[in-house]
Ligand binder design. Structure first.
Ligand code: NAD
Length: 298
């Protein structure tokens, strides 16, 4: 059987290991990135190196993009749709605003290319391990074509609806995550002031109605969950700056859609303050230091 070829644009912290998993799954991958260091790492992982976006896409049945923000995706998809034949599948896995995702879909539609927005949850660890969750938006036919490619890079793949639905699911999920992490941090900060041990609070809340992922998988204090970033000096994990990016996307979408999200707005304000204090590179659970109050910064 002929080897199936995939183009990949954006070989950074997420895209590099995702493209490497496509190689492991038996695809021929040709990648492009503006950053020479990312290209070197990709080459060592068996990815063929292209000199431009059109070169990465040449002869590929599908092209995956994994880029920083909406403007990069629209720019790269403009180049892609000018270069590829109709029928080439386009997949964007970056986290971007819903409006840019729909603009990219419109470019693909005009070229006759099936397309999905398929952002991910799971971070760099999930990208390396191939355990990402993909949430996809696009037509049934585009999703069916994309599913086997996404499954080669992740564990769970969901079709959330039409164009932009994947990005909508991503920002709604991460708004829950930002708010719940702040709630868990506040509970630990209050418990400490009340003389309650962190382990006792964890033991009760993790099997009670306060139970949530931010507590049981990503506990923001060292000890109760040995694998959480709190045990390794709050090294990300999921950086606070990326959480702020996603909360900003959620607020922009809420503004456009006329949704009321007061706790989402407050979470954005708190993560902006944390980032403004120079902690954007720490894991997002490190916000507990700011929430404990002045004098208890890391
Ligand atoms: P990154 O900055 O490490 O990688 C992005 C790459 O895109 C860079 O290597 C950059 O050089 C390249 N790039 C930018 N413009 C380009 C262009 N025009 N042509 C070719 N390459 C270009 O970022 P990342 O951490 O890999 O994140 C990528 C996306 O995934 C972002 O949208 C992010 O929000 C999302 N995401 C990240 C995580 C995470 O934990 N890092 C988790 C979930 C989602």
């Amino acid at each position: 059987m002929a080897t199936r070829t995939i183009g990949f644009v954006g070989l950074g912290n997420m895209g590099g290991p995702m493209a490497a998993n496509l190689v492991r799954a038996g695809f021929a991958v040709r990648g492009f990135d503006l950053d020479p260091a990312s290209l070197e790492t990709a080459k060592a992982a068996g990815i063929g190196i292209a000199g431009s976006v059109p070169e990465a896409a040449a002869g590929a049945e599908a092209v995956v993009t994994m880029l920083p923000a909406g403007r990069h995706v629209v720019e790269v998809w403009s180049q892609l749709t000018a270069a590829v034949p109709a029928g080439t599948l386009l997949i964007d896995s970056s986290t971007v605003d819903v409006a840019s995702a729909r603009e990219a879909h419109a470019l693909a539609d005009a070229r006759g290319c099936p397309a999905v927005d398929a952002p991910v949850s799971g971070g760099t660890g999930g990208a390396k391990a191939g355990t990402l969750t993909f949430m996809a938006g696009g037509s049934e036919a585009a999703f069916t074509a994309a599913e086997p490619i996404l499954k080669a890079m992740g564990r769970s793949v969901f079709h959330c609806g039409a164009a932009g639905a994947g990005q909508a699911a991503k920002i709604c999920n991460n708004m829950i995550l930002g708010i719940s992490m702040i709630g868990v941090c506040e509970a630990f900060a209050l418990g400490e002031k009340l003389g309650l041990s962190q382990q006792a609070l964890f033991d009760v809340a993790s099997v009670s109605s306060g139970q949530c992922w931010s507590l049981t998988t990503y506990c923001p204090v060292p000890g109760p969950v040995p694998a959480s970033p709190a045990n390794t000096g709050y090294k990300p994990g999921f950086a606070a700056a990326l959480m702020l990016k996603d909360l900003r996307l959620a607020q922009a979408a809420a503004g456009t859609a006329g949704a009321s999200t007061p706790l989402g707005a407050e979470a954005e304000r708190l993560y902006a303050a944390f980032d403004g204090h120079g902690h954007g590179g720490q894991d997002f659970s490190a916000i507990i230091h700011m929430l404990r109050g002045p004098g208890e910064q890391p």
